[in-house]
Design a protein around this ligand. Structure first.
Ligand SMILES: Nc1ncnc2c1ncn2[C@@H]1O[C@H](COP(=O)(O)OP(=O)(O)O)[C@@H](O)[C@H]1O
Ligand SMILES: [Mg+2]
Length: 271
């Protein structure tokens, strides 16, 4: 759908009220210019901090959090708090926003055990209560948008039996972007885009094909939290989203403002 943008940010990119007000002002401007926005957010660093405060040890495999019942409870509590802060900032910027959990507009299924290779040995890790999106109800999001309301989604899903699942926010946003058929899906992160050298921001690539992404995963250039991000981009592209982009939430001037202007910005991934 023309003019519909699905945006996602993580806690490393946008942290605290000042960051959030900066992004909110840009979103308010886009809406004023006629765009429709669906926002999805994560909260990885905040969840890990809260787990540590409670004496729990966060564990991630290829950027995905291994989740038992206690860590699911922490994730949901932290995400709900963050969600109400995000909604508050948008409202303070003049945007009518409503916070909803992922399970309000998606159905998820449990992610199968993940294959890993350690010291040349291949094994499997059971991720626990971790989900991926198996279906999205676009109409419920369109109903909100049609009333002038911007949905703000936190990534807790439910399976068909109603069991709550922790979903990586990049995974959640791809399912939603695919389900609503947006013009563009944009993940806002803490780096300028995909870097050929993770320590050198000037090594950003402007555009990559999925084949080139595979090669960068295979040689270890793309690692950690960037893996679910590029996999999310792949899923969204294969499901028919025409443009997927990664941009820098640390940019003080322009996080998403330029996206409607056709100028090169961040990293665009294409089929
Ligand atoms: N090739 C790469 N280019 C850019 N970032 C990368 C790359 N490989 C790994 N990363 C890491 O991925 C991180 C972004 O993922 P993540 O920490 O999950 O953030 P978010 O909160 O945005 O999901 C970057 O901060 C960086 O450390
Ligand atoms: Mg992440």
């Amino acid at each position: 759908m023309k003019g519909l943008y699905v945006l996602k940010f993580g806690g490393n990119a946008i942290r605290g009220r000042e960051d959030m007000m900066r992004l909110s002002a840009e979103i308010a401007e886009l809406i004023h210019d006629g765009c429709r926005i669906i926002l999805v957010h994560g909260g990885g660093p905040e969840i890990s901090e809260e787990m540590e405060r409670r004496g729990m040890i966060p564990r991630k495999v290829h950027g995905i959090r291994v989740t038992d019942e206690d860590s699911l409870e922490v994730a949901e509590t932290v995400l709900r708090r963050l969600n109400s802060e995000v909604v508050g900032c948008l409202q303070d910027s003049g945007v009518q926003a409503l916070g909803i959990p992922g399970y309000f507009c998606t159905v998820c299924s449990r992610k199968p055990p993940m294959a890993i290779e350690e010291d040349g040995v291949t094994g499997e890790v059971d991720l626990g209560l971790v989900g991926e999106v198996s279906g999205t109800d676009p109409q419920c999001l369109f109903d909100l948008l049609n009333q002038g309301i911007t949905p703000v989604i936190y990534p807790i899903g439910k399976d068909a039996e109603g069991t709550k699942l922790n979903v990586n926010a990049d995974t959640m946003v791809a399912g939603i972007a695919a389900g609503v058929g947006c013009e563009e899906m944009i993940t806002i992160t803490d780096v300028p885009g995909i870097l050929l050298d993770v320590n050198d921001p000037s090594s950003k690539v402007n555009s990559l094909t999925l084949g080139e992404v595979d090669a960068l995963i295979a040689d270890g250039t793309i690692s950690g939290g960037m893996i679910p991000k590029v996999e999310a981009c792949r899923n969204a592209l294969l499901a028919g989203v025409s443009t997927v982009r990664m941009v820098n939430g640390k940019d003080p001037r322009n996080i998403v403002t330029d996206i409607t202007k056709g100028v090169p910005h961040g990293t665009v991934i294409t089929k």
